[in-house]
Write a protein that binds this ligand. Structure first.
Ligand SMILES: CC(C)(COP(=O)(O)OP(=O)(O)OC[C@H]1O[C@@H](n2cnc3c(N)ncnc32)[C@H](O)[C@@H]1OP(=O)(O)O)[C@@H](O)C(=O)NCCC(=O)NCCS
Length: 266
């Protein structure tokens, strides 16, 4: 196996110049490392999130160099370029029937996948539950001990290349049917009530701070609810995320999951 710096350089080169004789093999090597959790699309380095663009390029190149092939499950069949992840028992992940994770995603041991969908390049931390009908988009990073409630959408970001993935840090609770997209960062321990929609331009107002915050980041331990903000000229109001308070014991009690339901596959 080539070292990671060389591998990154080869991926960049294939991305820039197109075909190389061993392009398929190089891209496969990167995807295998991603699938095994040895490399990731984004990681925290010295306290700041760093996006490994070469890994995203590898994911996109995987589509160029892969052919569609039939996949079946009993009478059910698909036709696609990206295989499905298998080997849940060995991976230590509890995967409930009809949960689907694509090859090139990585689910840490101890996570639980209810009937949900995890796309290529995404990563899900240990102790996290991806609840029913929720989707973790391509390259999204979900931390440890999170609850991604039923029907939540976490946006994917394969295109454009420079787009940052959505990052959900450890111990976050995303209430049912909400959506987080466009590279938004949800910091450690934040709680989003059901139905919160957060895109890159969504207005965020903090009641404890008494001011509007810059878009794109929900600060750690914020308890957020859907609301609206009046425009500057007072002519209309716009959907906004309202941070009501910092997480307290009452919030913890309401967002706690039964530990029996959370037990992963290890
Ligand atoms: C966010 C949540 C956990 C409440 O947290 P909490 O700490 O108990 O919040 P509180 O009840 O103390 O409310 C704090 C403030 O937020 C408001 N608020 C709370 N939940 C709200 C909601 N869902 N929508 C709008 N406002 C809400 C309260 O009215 C209160 O406002 P006030 O300070 O002006 O009186 C809860 O509303 C929620 O969304 N739970 C998740 C449900 C869910 O998705 N379950 C998973 C199913 S798979």
């Amino acid at each position: 196996m080539s070292d990671l710096v060389t591998l990154a350089a080869r991926i960049d080169e294939i991305w820039e110049s197109g075909a190389a004789a061993d392009a398929r093999a190089v891209v496969s090597e990167a995807l295998a490392l991603l699938d095994a959790g040895a490399i990731r699309v984004a990681e925290k380095v010295d306290g700041a999130w760093h996006v490994n663009e070469w890994v995203k390029k590898a994911v996109l190149l995987h589509f160029r160099y892969s052919d569609n092939r039939e996949m079946t499950a009993g009478p059910i069949e698909w036709f696609d370029k990206v295989a499905l992840k298998t080997g849940w028992r060995e991976a230590g992940v509890r995967s409930v029937p009809t949960a689907i994770a694509r090859y090139g995603s990585f689910i840490e041991p101890g996570a639980v996948l209810m009937p949900s969908y995890v796309n290529i390049g995404a990563r899900v931390g240990t102790g996290t539950m991806i609840d029913t009908w929720s989707t973790v988009g391509s390259c999204a990073q979900v931390g440890k001990n999170c609850h991604i409630s039923g029907g939540v959408g976490i946006g994917g970001v394969l295109e454009p290349l420079q787009a940052s993935p959505v990052i959900i840090e450890d111990n976050v609770f995303l209430g049912a049917r909400g959506e987080v997209a466009e590279g938004v960062l949800i910091e450690e321990g934040a709680v989003l009530a059901m139905g919160c929609f957060v895109a890159g331009s969504t207005k965020i107002y903090s009641v404890p701070e008494g001011r509007e915050l810059p878009p794109g980041r929900i600060p750690a331990r914020s308890v957020c609810v859907p609301g609206s903000l009046l425009s500057k000229d007072g002519s209309h109001s716009t959907y906004a995320i309202i941070i009501k308070k910092l997480r307290d014991e009452r919030t913890d009690a309401r967002t706690a999951l039964n530990s029996l339901l959370r037990e992963g596959g290890v």
